[in-house]
Design a binder for this molecule. Sequence first.
Ligand code: F6P
Length: 328
Amino acid sequence: MQHNIKKIGVMTSGGDAPGMNAAIRAVARACSYYNVKCVGYYRGYQGMIEADSVELTARSVKNIVSKGGTILKSARSMEFKTKEGRKKAYDNLVEEGVDAMVLIGGDGTFTGGMIFSKEYDIPVIGVPGTIDNDISGTKFTIGYDTALNTVVEAIDKIRDTASSHNRLFFVEVMGRDAGFIALNAGVGAGAEEILIPEEDLGLDRLLESLQRSRRSGKSSSIVVVSEGDKIGKNVFELAEYVTENLPDYEARVSVLGHMQRGGKPSCFDRVLASRLGVKAVELILDGQSNVMVGVSDNKLIVTNIEKAVKGKHTINKELLRISDILSV
Ligand code: F6P
């Protein structure tokens, strides 16, 4: 590979996701393999602004492939949204001798990268890392599979107590404005209803469905509610509304929260992160910039970062139909 790249920077930004460490390791090791120096920036764009960095070598990233969170820490930098902040970041990269950046994160991270690479002539490559799976240009984001497994395990446990007490549970899951986690974990855990922002079920249909469940002999039910869903916006109020209208139901609410972002990455996420991290470095050495590397049909694909930010990753609505059939 013919190139002038001597040093590559890497950072993690936005909500952390299991597998980010595997991606950092892949970037650092690929750099070492291709004889390029690697530097990690702490707390995403904020670390770039403050020149808060650490040299990453093949050995310094040992034993992190299995660790949740991110050793580089993560943040959502307000300062990077300003021209002055981005200028400081650029000056620091020049000072440090960084020729290109690998940005591991989601939507917000890539929006920042897109603006930065328009203002300054520095190649940026995006690696999608978020539990939400809401990025266009990739079928899967790093951390999504682990989060799904975490949620399914949590709902399985809730199912035990729900069925012991003949209760109805509303389980709120993360996903920001997207229903990927709710829909797939809901089907995986056999939920009776799944509320997602992409499909407005409506309160009346929810009540009808729960009544039908009762009539069909079910003594307990699980409703998975995506945090971005319109009728589930306040899951506690939703539970109250349902019990006011269906008084024979005893309802409880469980908000799974940030536990969904933690834990050891699944093998799927480790492999995905490893592939994407290596490819990000190779793209830089190939002279590419302003693109995101993703996966589709088990092949690595490259998408313009602007397209990845502006495009929409749509859910598989067929799963809603499957869920309806299976919750009969
Ligand atoms: O984007 C990942 C995510 O976990 C979303 O699912 C959630 O809406 C958000 O981050 C929570 O952000 P914070 O950790 O800042 O509360």
